[in-house]
Design a protein around this ligand. Structure first.
Ligand code: CA
Length: 234
């Protein structure tokens, strides 16, 4: 059964273009032109596997739609990719606070968006036990022995740096705010400031050498690990 993507966007031309491309990639598509319609479509069985959500809708903001999707038990775990226009950076940050997983900025490349959608849907699949070894470009990591190699040369990481790298790698293509990293890598009660995250990411990048370039800084937001080793994402 192919994944179902819900497109929420009030620009008809863009909806048509997204529908066309998503279907060509083999996905099922549902679309909504307003926030109200989006909430109704998202709650309908089968619940979508991913939501592409425009920030500016005629009846309510995408941020509000996102918040309501997260509040609803049926849709609280569905990955949400926000579509924002240039200059909506503040809203973008708010988007992560209310639970968006990623964002693209208009005008975006449809091809890149399709790669992003595929990466997010792949990640949403539960990890199988045999994925003990992860490979990404020149990077190889053994998730059980907690060892890391770059171009087959071992790099010694601390336990925390390893957790940080593993988190990035398993959520590649997906925006990680400092707050999310603090919660997931350091533990929710960790008494550290968000600047600590930057310090550790910097050190991790240094240890990884050329593979350090896979971790991209998103100014004012956080970090994102590349979707593909050779592609500099949007
Ligand atoms: Ca719009």
């Amino acid at each position: 059964m192919s994944a179902l993507v819900l497109v929420v966007e009030d620009e008809q031309d863009l909806v048509r273009a997204l529908e066309y491309n998503l279907k060509r990639e083999g996905y099922q598509v549902r679309s909504a032109l307003t926030g109200e319609e989006a909430l109704a479509q998202a709650a309908r069985e089968p619940v979508p596997d991913l939501v592409l959500l425009d920030l500016m809708l005629p009846d309510m903001s995408g941020v509000e739609v996102c918040r309501q999707l997260r509040r609803n038990e049926a849709t609280c775990e569905v990955p949400i990719v926000m579509i924002t226009a240039k200059g909506e950076e503040i809203d973008r940050v708010v988007g992560f606070e209310v639970g968006a997983d990623d964002y693209v900025v208009k005008p975006f490349s449809v091809r890149e968006l399709m790669l992003r959608v595929r990466a997010i849907l792949r990640r949403a699949q539960p990890e199988t036990p045999e994925t003990r070894e992860l490979r990404f470009g020149c990077l190889r990591i053994d998730t059980e022995a907690h060892r890391v190699w770059v171009d087959e040369e071992e790099r010694r990481l601390t336990a925390l740096e390893f957790r940080l790298l593993h988190t990035f790698l398993t959520r590649r293509g997906r925006v990680q705010t400092r707050e999310m990293l603090l919660q997931d890598v350091w533990g929710i009660d960790a008494d550290v400031s968000t600047r600590t995250v930057d310090t550790h990411v910097k050190r991790l990048r240094e240890k990884l050498g050329e593979a350090g370039a896979y971790v991209k800084t998103l100014r004012g937001v956080g970090y994102r690990f590349r979707t593909q080793p050779d592609s500099d994402d949007l």
